[in-house]
Design a protein around this ligand. Structure first.
Ligand code: SF4
Ligand code: MG
Length: 325
């Protein structure tokens, strides 16, 4: 398997006042392979969106490396480097209405990237490309001369997808692309994304807040908590053998249809709320809510390491080099 993206110890801090720094992403590492979907989940405020936005350089990274197709793109890029990056990486947003300019015709929304990157030579070619893209996402020619408010939420997300596809990217970051849609529409958009992935060999980072949503979409899933990665594994491995107490808690909150299994399951109920990322707990950030926390958890930040091939976790319970008192 070939890596398309390597994220190494990525940090993104925001200065929120003279004395306070919000450590939204604080040392996160993972890889994404060509053609796969990596799901990234966690509660709101865990840093998953910030991770996506920092990778695509909507935010400047505070520290760390992002290697895209062999090149580090976390440092200074220059105008042409940045332009190349915005062609190869595209983003789909949660709220397709807010991300589409209400005063622009669909035609111009979709063609914006074509214009910026000089990908079409004539007005005729431009329009043909727009028609093709509309068809690709399940819309049609007639939609080209309309405005965003004339569409339903699902259709608007399709327009957002067409806009992202216009420049023929390799990599798409989808930030909760279906969370704002009706449940009946969600599956349609997911199916479209999967079909496009197969046809075009796309690689996805799929950000979502709940584990049940990403299970069927993702080849692998990463779980974030308070700016750190807690666990990452293939979808099956993560759902069948979760190691991190936080992942276990998230999974035990998902209802199971089979009452037999439901009764025999051990539920992990988390106490309290997610602490503020401005003054996060020392050591393991999950320790204030973890039912297994020991003294060492307050002192030492757990290592992000591979416990079995492809299964990564940051927890002292799964690190032989640390003695749990
Ligand atoms: Fe819980 Fe300690 Fe593991 Fe953190 S390192 S998840 S506090 S057991
Ligand atoms: Mg978000």
């Amino acid at each position: 398997k070939e890596k398309l993206l390597e994220v190494k110890d990525l940090k993104k801090y925001f200065k929120v006042s003279r004395n306070d720094t919000l450590k939204a992403v604080d040392g996160v590492s993972f890889d994404i392979y060509k053609g796969e979907t990596l799901g990234l989940v966690g509660e709101s405020g865990c840093g998953k969106s910030t991770t996506g936005r920092t990778i695509i350089r909507l935010y400047e990274p505070t520290a760390g490396q992002v290697v895209f197709d062999g090149k580090d793109i976390a440092g200074s890029l220059g105008t042409s480097g940045k332009k190349e990056l915005t062609r190869r990486m595209q983003m789909i947003f949660q709220d397709p209405y807010a991300s589409l300019n209400p005063r622009m015709m669909v035609n111009d929304i979709i063609a914006e990237g074509l214009d910026i990157h000089g990908l079409v030579k004539s007005k005729k070619e431009r329009l043909e490309r727009v028609y093709d893209l509309l068809e690709t996402v399940g819309l049609n020619k007639e939609h080209a001369s309309r405005y965003p408010h004339e569409f339903s939420g699902g259709q608007r997300q399709r327009i957002g997808i067409a806009r992202a596809l216009a420049v023929e990217p390799d990599f798409i970051i989808a930030d909760e692309p279906i969370s704002a849609l009706d449940v009946s529409i969600q599956a349609q958009v997911v199916n479209l994304l999967q079909e496009l992935q197969e046809k075009r060999g796309l690689t996805y980072l799929f950000i979502a807040h709940d584990l049940s949503m990403v299970k069927h979409i993702s080849d692998r899933v990463g779980v974030m908590y308070l700016g750190n990665m807690a666990e990452l594994a293939t979808s099956d491995e993560l759902y069948d053998h979760p190691l991190h107490p936080y992942t276990q808690a998230l999974l035990s909150a998902i209802p199971v249809a089979d009452p037999e299994i439901e009764r025999s399951r051990e539920r992990i109920i988390l106490k309290g709320d997610v602490p503020s990322p401005i003054n996060p707990p020392s050591g393991c950030r999950f320790r204030t809510r973890c039912p297994f926390a020991k003294a060492v958890c307050a002192e030492i930040r757990p290592n992000w390491h591979e416990v079995e091939e492809g299964h990564w976790v940051a927890c002292h319970l799964h690190d032989d080099s640390v003695t749990m008192g």
